[in-house]
Design a protein around this ligand. Sequence first.
Ligand SMILES: C[S@@+](CC[C@H](N)C(=O)[O-])C[C@H]1O[C@@H](n2cnc3c(N)ncnc32)[C@H](O)[C@@H]1O
Length: 230
Amino acid sequence: MGGSEVKADIEAQAAPRSFVRRSGRITIAQKRALKELWPKYGLKEAAAPLALKDIFGRNAPTVLEIGFGNGETLVRSAAESPQCNFLGVEVHLPGLGRCLLEAERAGLSNLRLIQADAIDVLRSQLPPGSLAMACLYFPDPWPRKRHHKRRLVKPGFIALLARVLEPGGVFHVATDWPPYAEHIEGVMGAMTAFERLDQPPARHTTRFEQRGSALGHEIWEAAYRLRPSY
Ligand SMILES: C[S@@+](CC[C@H](N)C(=O)[O-])C[C@H]1O[C@@H](n2cnc3c(N)ncnc32)[C@H](O)[C@@H]1O
């Protein structure tokens, strides 16, 4: 690791969390899903990095979605791309429950979920060069200036991503909050390890995106490729 990456990693560790633990209402079906379906789809946080080949029973390109909310987009993508492995990281329990129910309904075998802070997952759960793509769709924008330090996208987070993406791997990000889009462009523009793609990959509309669009928010998205020589 170079000096700037070490600094960025320290910065990521020192930052406040990008989420506030919400109790949220959990339905009986979600509770049942968390009890009965978690053993099938859920991964425990472990001290050692995840052995993805053993977990999925094969070697295949792996796609990570960070903060998937209720998981509609994640489940649709996994159902459409059975040739890929999908990993979802979320902290919100009702969202995990919803996602489990949808995954079971879709009969997926290529999806696993982790309930954890994505920062911890990137730092210690994923082996270097293990992801073909990392998706961050509509992260909490933390609009107030005093909360900007809670935003996920910052140099420390991107340095962690660069470690776990394979050479040529893609970071796909979208937001409906123009100041956050500007911030992301600034952070990514300073990262020489990444180049911006002309065309982001296709993706499904998310629940937060629908909400933003209904409020008249403009949707911004971009995709950045980790330079193969990185
Ligand atoms: C604004 S919502 C967007 C949800 C979904 N991606 C969508 O577009 O509908 C942001 C989500 O990210 C999750 N989140 C925020 N910080 C996170 C972190 N550090 N690790 C995992 N999930 C996180 C929140 O719990 C929340 O569900």
